[in-house]
Write a protein that binds this ligand. Structure first.
Ligand code: SAJ
Length: 417
């Protein structure tokens, strides 16, 4: 009962590395994506996303013929769905998850499903999404049985196995992290574990689909709540004239205390999103989780206010903003608080805004239209009266502190000291 052919639906930040790693184990992998450009790029042995070493592995498996991409699903032994789960658009500030991509993927693979197939949902999803996916599949294929009808004896096995890899370390973490395998029945879990064991060195721990969904949301909410605690402390410390970084270092010397780092806010497409899936399911109960989101979302406005107050001390302020990405040493600008701060600063007209971002080579459109200049670190530091440290990139950590002597520094990452 080994897997001869695996299909990965959605070839983005998670799907493509997963497809490539499975293909590197000698299994035939067919990647499916609605984006023709992504499909063509992969079939040329190239990649359309940024992730260290992914280009090398994709080129290798495309060359050997173990990985190929297409826009049209075809029969396989297992299907892994790795499509986005954004919010529904709303004007009332609600954060209802949008399962349209999962539904579209279900409808796309349903016609090619065969008895004995395994379907895995990898996308981070609200509790109940795997059951919904199985319902959509069952509606499209009344000739087959699914776990919600037949349990272990169903024709098709369905499981949720959430991705948990850290951007920038995806290839290592795909293999070394433990996996949570949430089948809709025991037989579903066991079959899914068999697949993951072909490429995962970590442990494959079995549970049910709803617990697996909640486990993923819990992990990211745990981090969000802990970052909110650090961010709240930083605002309290400013008011009480205490250095928050020193305070956290001292507190973390306690054997059971491990406070995370304050920052300009929480970015990326995971931690700033997933906790809302819990809040949306249980709005009256998830009070702390919701407050953490509000606290972290407020932090960019606080940092912005501090930069503006610093700039107001100068007649013609030049403000150097160090960093645009959502965290250190990556090029990803998605939901970046640093980018949000730089855009708002330019809009406020408080002074000349220049940005430094060593990991990107083209300014995003939102900065071009706001007349923001991007320049080298040395040139920015030379011209600035105010320096706002927004990302803790390695090159910023190495800056000689003497350079800041006659400038006002707003250090949201605690690297200036
Ligand atoms: N941040 C802080 N202070 C900290 C740590 C992080 O302000 O002490 C900020 C970062 O600067 C960034 C944001 O939080 O803006 C998120 O960064 P991150 O490194 O905490 O997480 P992500 O979004 O890159 O990846 C997370 C990971 N989840 C956990 O660590 C629990 C990853 O394992 C998940 O696979 C990923 O979300 C995902 O796809 O869900």
């Amino acid at each position: 009962m080994s897997f001869k052919k695996v299909s990965v639906i959605g070839l983005g930040y998670i799907g493509l590395p997963t497809a490539a790693v499975i293909a590197s184990r000698g299994i035939e992998v067919v990647g499916v994506d609605v984006n023709q450009h992504a499909v063509d790029t992969i079939n040329d042995g190239d990649i359309h996303i940024v992730e260290p070493d992914l280009d090398i592995i994709v080129r290798g498996v495309v060359t050997t013929g173990n990985l190929r991409a297409t826009t049209i699903p075809e029969p396989a032994d297992a299907f892994m769905v790795a499509v986005p789960t954004p919010f529904k658009h709303s004007d009332n500030g609600s954060h209802e998850p949008n399962l349209d991509y999962i539904q579209a993927a279900s409808n796309a693979i349903a016609p090619v499903l065969e008895k004995g197939n395994l379907v895995i949902l990898e996308s981070t999803s609200p509790v109940g999404a795997t059951e919904k996916m199985a319902e959509w599949l069952a509606q499209a294929r009344p000739d087959l049985t699914f776990p919600q009808q037949k349990g272990d004896a169903a024709d098709i096995k369905v499981a949720h196995c959430p991705e948990r890899v850290l951007p920038g370390y995806v290839l290592q973490e795909l293999v070394s992290n433990d996996r949570v395998i949430g089948g809709m029945s025991n037989a579903c879990s066991e079959r899914a574990a068999e697949l993951y064991k072909t490429f995962v060195r970590g442990e494959c721990v079995i549970t049910n689909a709803r617990t697996a969904e909640m486990a993923k949301l819990t992990e990211n909410s745990f981090r969000d709540v802990n970052i909110a605690f650090a961010n709240e402390l930083s605002v309290i410390c400013d008011k009480l004239k205490i250095n928050v970084w020193e305070l956290i270092k001292l507190s973390n010397r306690h054997p059971r205390v491990n406070i995370l780092s304050p920052g300009p806010g929480v970015g990326g497409h995971c931690i700033a999103v997933d906790p809302w899936f819990i809040v949306d399911s249980c709005p009256d109960e998830a009070k702390l989780i919701q407050q953490a989101r509000i606290t972290n979302d407020a932090k960019p406005y606080y940092v912005l206010k501090m930069i503006k107050e610093a700039a107001d001390q100068f007649k013609k302020p030049v403000i150097a903003c160090l960093g645009l990405s959502f965290k250190a040493d990556i090029d990803d600008l998605r939901e970046s608080p640093a980018l949000q701060i730089v855009e708002s600063l330019a809009e406020s007209g408080v002074g000349k805004v220049i940005a430094v971002e060593p990991n990107i080579h083209e300014l995003p459109e939102s900065l071009i239209v706001r007349d923001i200049e991007i320049c080298s670190l040395a040139a920015a530091l030379e011209r600035a009266n105010v320096v706002a440290v927004l990302v803790d990139h390695k090159s910023f950590r190495l800056i000689d502190k003497a350079i800041y002597a006659n400038k006002v520094v707003i250090d949201s990452r605690g690297i200036v000291g």
